[in-house]
Design a protein around this ligand. Structure first.
Ligand code: SAM
Length: 290
């Protein structure tokens, strides 16, 4: 089958099947061979890899994955794309197409069955309307992963990679960085897609930490602290934590915990790194035991 990274071939197959783009599924297909090669390099794909692709579309990136990986499973929600994928991937015997919503699929089961539970790589040009739920679902469900390399909206990539103190830093940066190390491999302009999205894009690789960066008594408490801190970004940490309905600590307890960690009372959440949020969560969890 001809390389779909060439726009002429993409147009030909779309016309053949009279395919109508579904806005609700975030369909923007890649039509640039350089970008496709960059994604394969960024994901560090080799012949040992089992790769899960989310949203293969007409199979453009899937073709590149099949060429470079041992085995590929591609999960596509739009049933109108299934006959197209059967044609565009017909020359590969290392690919399985599943017509399902990625958020409804039991990935742990799939990996157990297809890869003996060993960690996999995830690669995708993600549908932008559900980028964050897809990424967080992979991490929070503790799916066995080596890395996750995805095309996302540029602003989302910047937020994921942001460091404390920067304007993009927030709950998403901390949530991802708790599980993985992010690296933006490329920025990609709208003309590399069909149809063109209204926003710029970026390829970001998130490599799972082999060992946890921080030790937590209560993981959920740390994420509650993070949410409370960034819900009221302009307030000092003491006030945002004290105002939160999700928490239940007195102002005195929060002040005491901060003092014991040598963190100023007037600091804002956006100045704290993951280690500090973890230390604060561990300190405050002592009070829940009292
Ligand atoms: N991988 C193709 C490419 O790069 O040309 C298509 C990428 S397009 C941005 C996103 C794809 O994800 C579409 O094919 C869309 O139908 C599919 N998709 C959207 N929501 C999905 C979901 N919940 N589960 C699985 N696939 C989904």
């Amino acid at each position: 089958m001809a390389d779909l990274g060439n726009p002429k071939n993409t147009i030909e197959i779309l016309n053949k099947y009279k395919f109508v783009f579904q806005k609700k599924f975030g369909q923007n297909f890649l039509i640039d061979t350089h970008v496709l090669e960059k994604i394969i390099r960024a994901a560090q794909i080799d012949k040992d890899d089992f790769v899960l692709e989310i949203g293969p579309g007409i199979g453009t990136l899937t073709q590149y994955l099949c060429e470079n990986a041992r085995e590929v499973v591609a999960v596509e929600i739009d049933r109108m794309l299934i006959p197209i994928l059967e044609e565009t991937l017909s020359s590969y015997n290392n690919v399985t197409i599943i017509n399902e919503d990625i958020l409804k699929l039991d990935l742990k089961d799939l990996i157990e069955e297809r890869n003996a539970g060993r960690p996999i790589k995830v690669v995708a040009n993600l549908p932008y309307y559900i980028t964050t739920p897809i990424i967080m679902d992979l991490f929070e469900k503790h799916i066995p992963l080596i890395n996750v390399t995805v095309m996302v909206q540029k602003e989302v990539a910047d937020r994921i990679q942001a460091a404390p103190g920067s304007k993009d830093y927030g709950a998403l940066s901390l949530a991802v960085q708790y599980y993985a190390e992010p690296y933006i491999a490329a920025y990609v302009p709208p003309n590399c897609f069909m149809p063109r999205p209204n926003v710029g894009s970026a390829v970001i690789r998130m490599t799972l930490h082999k060992e946890a960066l921080v030790k937590l008594e209560d993981e959920r408490l740390m994420f509650k602290l993070i949410r409370a801190s960034f819900n009221q970004r302009r307030k000092t940490l003491v006030n945002s934590l004290n105002n939160s309905y999700e928490l239940g600590f007195s102002k005195e307890q929060i002040q005491k915990a901060l003092a014991s960690l040598n963190i100023s009372e007037n600091v804002r959440g956006e100045a704290l790194g993951l280690e500090e949020f973890a230390a604060l969560a561990n300190k405050l969890s002592e009070y829940t035991k009292e």
